[in-house]
Design a protein around this ligand. Structure first.
Ligand code: SAM
Length: 293
């Protein structure tokens, strides 16, 4: 049997040997091209001394690339127990460097990941299962305390979602709640696209790798108020804010005109014209006003 450059069997053979037919319900679109998984791993930056958290290693294509690139440790969270024997084979090849957690990444306590990383800085790198990609990103962006438990996210999304993450008020069609959350807490940028043909089975859409680097000091605000504010503002995105935010302000006893003026926002502006830090400032004043007796 011929071996791949990392000394392990080629991924297609591993998938065949373990009967890992891809399941749609688990968002399984596998990458078999080790050049491509190498490119994604390199995008996560120099990995020496770094602990990588990978969601959904599947048969281990990206996992192998991360280990080959020198990650001190890979902590891989996989929901599909069928993948565990294939991952055990990789763990045996790189003794002490791959820890597999069987479970749902949405429910794993970050404290557990921090304990396993044992002091090494954590980065998250994954070809995310598309069905839970956005909820996972929101969880990581809403992490408390801040700065978060990770120093960088390098993640593959459907291109349409990637564009909604990195959008600014200059890209109105894509700019919305997700971009406000991402832009407030992180510096987000699109790194490169990956064609559907790179996956097995190929999805219907192009994918993109996105990098998010947490801001050390995002504009202070109240997270819950920010979420309610952007829900109200983008819920009526074509309307001027003086109309779209009437209910939000009324429910909190805010003088709408005064509140917007304090944050330097014109009542005739629309949600898609307001950048993330301005939304954060609006939410901060709203939360402060709501606390007044
Ligand atoms: N990393 C592999 C690759 O690039 O070929 C597989 C990526 S595939 C798009 C997504 C993987 O996430 C699958 O292995 C799937 O079983 C796993 N997965 C799906 N939902 C999950 C969840 N909630 N928690 C952890 N893993 C999950």
């Amino acid at each position: 049997m011929s071996l791949a450059a990392d000394g392990l069997p080629p991924l297609r053979e591993i998938v065949a040997a373990h009967g890992l037919d891809a399941r749609k319900a688990l968002g399984q679109n596998f990458l078999f091209d080790l050049n491509l998984t190498g490119r994604i791993a390199r995008a996560a930056g120099p990995l020496s001394g770094v602990a990588i958290v990978e969601v959904g290693p599947g048969p281990g294509g990206l996992t192998r690339a991360l280990l080959a690139q020198g990650a001190a440790r890979v902590i891989a969270i996989e929901r599909d127990a069928r993948c565990l024997p294939a991952l055990a084979q990789i763990a045996a090849h790189w003794p002490g460097r791959l820890e597999v957690i069987e479970g749902d990444a949405l429910t794993i306590d970050p404290a557990r990941l921090v304990a396993i990383a044992a002091g090494a800085p954590i980065r998250i790198c994954a070809n995310l299962p598309y069905n839970v990609a956005t909820p996972l990103l929101i969880r990581w962006l809403e992490a408390q305390p801040w700065p978060p438990f990770y120093e960088r996210l390098t993640l593959m999304f459907q291109r349409e979602v990637a564009l909604r993450i990195v959008a600014t008020p200059d890209n109105r069609a894509d700019y919305g709640r997700l971009a406000v959350l991402a832009g407030w807490r992180a510096q987000a940028r699109l790194l490169f696209d990956v064609p559907a043909s790179a996956f097995t089975p190929p999805p219907k859409v192009v994918s993109s790798v996105v990098e998010l680097i947490p801001r050390a000091s995002p504009e202070p605000t109240d997270l819950a108020t920010l979420s309610q504010l952007t829900l109200a503002a983008f819920g009526q995105r074509r309307k001027m804010l003086r109309q779209a935010l009437k209910g939000f302000a009324g429910a909190r006893g805010l003088d709408l005109g005064q509140w917007l003026a304090e944050a330097d926002v014109e009542p005739t502006q629309r949600a898609e014209e307001i950048d993330a830090s301005r939304f954060a400032a609006l939410a901060r004043t709203a939360a402060r006003a709501a606390q007044r007796p």
